[in-house]
Design a binder for this molecule. Structure first.
Ligand SMILES: Nc1ncnc2c1ncn2[C@@H]1O[C@H](COP(=O)(O)OP(=O)(O)OP(=O)(O)O)[C@@H](O)[C@H]1O
Length: 258
C-alpha cells in the first residue's frame, strides 16, 4: 500500500529531485535538485540553452523527465497530476493558445476546462482583461494579438483559477515597459497575498528588483541558488551571473568584416 505523503505548512511550493532530460545525445538537464519556498518570488536565471525551459516544463508536468521527481505543494506532478495541476498556473514558453478565440473567450474556455463556475469565470476574466489592459470588450482574436498582448493573455489564463503557485517562462519577454511594470505590480500583490512565483528571465534588473530567491543554471545544472542576497553577495546580480556562467567578450578581432 502506498502511504500518501504528509503535506505540512512548511512544504516547499515546488520541490524537484534528480530531474534529468536528454534529447538524443544532448543532456539538457543533468539531475537537478531544487526547493522553491512557499511564499517566495523565485527567479531562475541562466544563459541561452542552460536548460531553464526544460526544467520548468518538467516541474509542471508538461514534459516527462527521463528521471527524477517534481512535487507541487506536496503533490507529485506525475503520480498525482490532477491535484498538482489544480494548484498551479503556468505560462509556458512560446505560449501555445487556442488563438482563434477572443481573449475573453479564451479565458472562458480555460476556466470551464478547470471546472470553474461560469459566473466566477465571467467576473474574473472581465477583471483580468481590464487590469492587464487587454480591453474587456475587445473582440480581437488572440491570433491577432501582439507578442506582448499574447504574453498578457497567457498570464491571465494562468491566474484565472487563483492558483497557489505561478510558474512563468520569461513573462517579461516582448512586454513593453509600462505593461512590465503592471505585471510586476500584479505579481508583487500575488506574492504578498501568500502566492509563490517562479519565473525564468534574462533581465537581471527585473530579477534583482522582484526576487527573494534566485537560482543560476548553466549547462543543465544549478550552479548556485539561495536568497537574492546570498547569491549576489557583495556584487551585482549581473556580475555574479557572469562570474558563475563564465563570460565571453569580443576582443576586437572577431567580425572584422562587419
Ligand atoms: N525538443 C528539443 N529537442 C532537442 N533539443 C532540445 C529540445 N528542447 C530543448 N533542447 C535543448 O536543450 C537545451 C536546453 O534548452 P532550454 O530551452 O531548456 O534552455 P533555456 O535555458 O530555456 O534557453 P533560452 O534562455 O535560450 O530560452 C538546449 O541545448 C536546447 O537546444
Amino acid at each position: 500500500m502506498t502511504v500518501p505523503r504528509q503535506r505540512s505548512g512548511s512544504e516547499p511550493a515546488l520541490a524537484v529531485r534528480g530531474l534529468v532530460k536528454r534529447f538524443e545525445s544532448k543532456v539538457a538537464v543533468a539531475g537537478i535538485d531544487l526547493d522553491v519556498p512557499a511564499g517566495s518570488f523565485f527567479g531562475l536565471l541562466g544563459p541561452n540553452g542552460a536548460g531553464k525551459t526544460t526544467t520548468l516544463s518538467m516541474a509542471v508536468g508538461l514534459l516527462r523527465p527521463d528521471a527524477g521527481q517534481a512535487r507541487i505543494l506536496g503533490y507529485d506532478v506525475w503520480a498525482d497530476p490532477t491535484a498538482a495541476k489544480a494548484k498551479i498556473g503556468v505560462l509556458p514558453d512560446g505560449v501555445r493558445l487556442f488563438d482563434r478565440l477572443t481573449g475573453t473567450e479564451l479565458l472562458a474556455y480555460h476556466g470551464l476546462l478547470r471546472g470553474m463556475d461560469a459566473e466566477v469565470v465571467d467576473r474574473r476574466s472581465t477583471e483580468l482583461m481590464d487590469v492587464l489592459e487587454l480591453g474587456a470588450g475587445n473582440r480581437t482574436l488572440v491570433v491577432d494579438y501582439s507578442a506582448g498582448m499574447t504574453k498578457k493573455i497567457g498570464l491571465a489564463c494562468a491566474m484565472l483559477h487563483a492558483p497557489r503557485l505561478l510558474v512563468l517562462d520569461e513573462p517579461f519577454e516582448a512586454v513593453d515597459p509600462v505593461s512590465a511594470a503592471l505585471i510586476r505590480d500584479i505579481l508583487h500583490r500575488y506574492v504578498a497575498g501568500g502566492g509563490t512565483v517562479v519565473f525564468s528571465s534574462h533581465v537581471m534588473t527585473v530579477v534583482e528588483r522582484l526576487c527573494s530567491h534566485v537560482a543560476i543554471m548553466a549547462g543543465g545544472a544549478i550552479r548556485v541558488h539561495g536568497t537574492l542576497d546570498e547569491v549576489r553577495g557583495a556584487s551585482s546580480l549581473e556580475d555574479r551571473f557572469v562570474e558563475v556562467v563564465g563570460g565571453r567578450t569580443a576582443t576586437g578581432s572577431e567580425l572584422s568584416w562587419l
